[in-house]
Design a binder for this molecule. Structure first.
Ligand SMILES: *Cc1c(COP(=O)(O)O)cnc(C)c1O
Length: 364
């Protein structure tokens, strides 16, 4: 028997979430964001479930090239663009669209002599203050790029700093509109939070990421409220049970001490698998489909849970760390982080099963 830890990837859920994105942004082209190995789900694994997307967006050139080698023919957008001039021939040959967010990239494109011109998304800084041109530079850079033989088509984009907040896009939208006034190019503005506000945000291309994987981009609206289904379910089993006496403690640093006789379940999953080490006592875990709580410090290979509410639990009982029945967002909140981080952190040693509609189809 293999170590029981397993990440199930449900492609039917991913398809449903993609349909949700399409429905929320009618008329827009959907670029599915698949950076960080499809948010930890495995880019080549999830690809079959993205055939209804108009393209994908990511930051890794090697992954983009792999997609072309696997005969992915739709649009691929590099969200940070290129980093060196010598990458440009590869972008050109592989028909990769690129973000241009600074003067250096614009100058490299102007200098380059390429076999085929490249589609360019000019990034406008609307208050995130990480990447992008200041509003008053946008018209000029567009003019330069429009005249460059290396540029096939221009698009305008921005990335909101506060799309998850109630009044978070109005100011940024006004800045974007002012920066792009009179420029006749298609636009891309919305991440997942923006997709749910598409009526307000607009744009010809949307860039949903986290919602495709069934987690929420918002602090208060849950994935379920948004009609999203979890794609990754991280499953394991109890591999030992300890009976504690009052005042016995468990794990490194004795971070949990029993106040009365208590059963503790030991789960095969730890931070070496991507479970957050910061998950404190009380973090939810499902055992036999019922809510139990982390008790004691998360270690590399194991976590320990209080079985008081699950008297039927035995060695071999099923455990869900997150996914079906336990939103990754709930675990993330307990660990003071976001679902994005937990999903991206799934470790390479975790076995993965790809399923459709709950049925295990193949192991990759
Ligand atoms: C990651 C990313 C997205 C997707 O964001 P989500 O919140 O996961 O939907 C969209 N656009 C850009 C530029 C990104 O870097």
């Amino acid at each position: 028997m293999a170590r029981p830890l397993l990440a199930q990837i449900n492609l039917a859920a991913l398809r449903a979430n993609l349909a949700r994105a399409r429905a929320a942004a009618p008329g827009a082209k959907v670029l599915a964001v698949v950076k960080a190995n499809a948010y930890g789900h495995g880019l080549t694994r999830v690809l079959p479930a993205l055939d209804d997307a108009d393209g994908v967006a990511l930051v890794e050139l090697d992954a983009a090239s792999t997609l072309r080698e696997r005969h992915y023919t739709r649009r691929i957008l590099l969200l940070e663009g290129f980093f060196e001039e010598r990458e440009l021939p590869e972008l050109s040959q592989r028909r990769l669209a690129t973000v241009v967010h600074n003067e250096e990239q614009a100058a490299m494109l102007e200098r380059a002599v390429l076999p085929r011109a490249i589609e360019v998304f000019v990034k406008v800084n609307t208050g995130m203050n990480r990447l992008g041109f200041a509003g008053d530079k946008v018209a000029r850079v567009c003019e330069r790029l429009a005249n460059s033989p290396s540029v096939a088509a221009l698009r305008l984009m921005t990335h909101f700093a506060r799309a998850d907040e109630e009044d978070g896009v109005a100011e940024a939208l006004a800045e974007f509109d002012a920066a792009c006034r009179g420029l006749p190019y298609p636009r891309s503005l919305a991440n997942s939070a923006g997709v749910f506000r598409h009526g307000e945000v607009g744009g010809e291309f949307v860039r949903p990421g986290i919602m495709l994987y069934g987690a929420t981009p918002f602090p208060f609206d849950t994935a379920e409220m948004l009609g999203l289904q979890p794609v990754m379910t991280l499953r394991s089993e109890l591999i030992a049970i300890q009976d504690l006496k009052a005042n016995d403690s468990v794990g490194y640093g004795a971070q949990y001490t029993a106040s009365r006789p208590q059963r503790i379940g030991v789960v095969a999953c730890g931070y070496g698998d991507g479970y957050p080490r910061g998950a404190p006592n009380g973090t939810p875990v499902l055992v036999c489909g019922r809510k139990a709580r982390v008790a004691g410090r998360v270690s590399m290979d194991l976590i320990t849970v209080d079985l008081t509410e699950v008297p039927e639990a035995r060695v071999g009982s099923p455990v869900v760390l997150w996914g079906e029945g336990l939103p990754v967002d709930d675990v993330a909140a307990a660990a003071s982080t976001v679902g994005y981080e937990l999903l991206c952190a799934l470790a390479p040693r975790v076995r993965v099963h790809v399923t459709e509609v709950g049925r295990v189809d193949l192991e990759l």
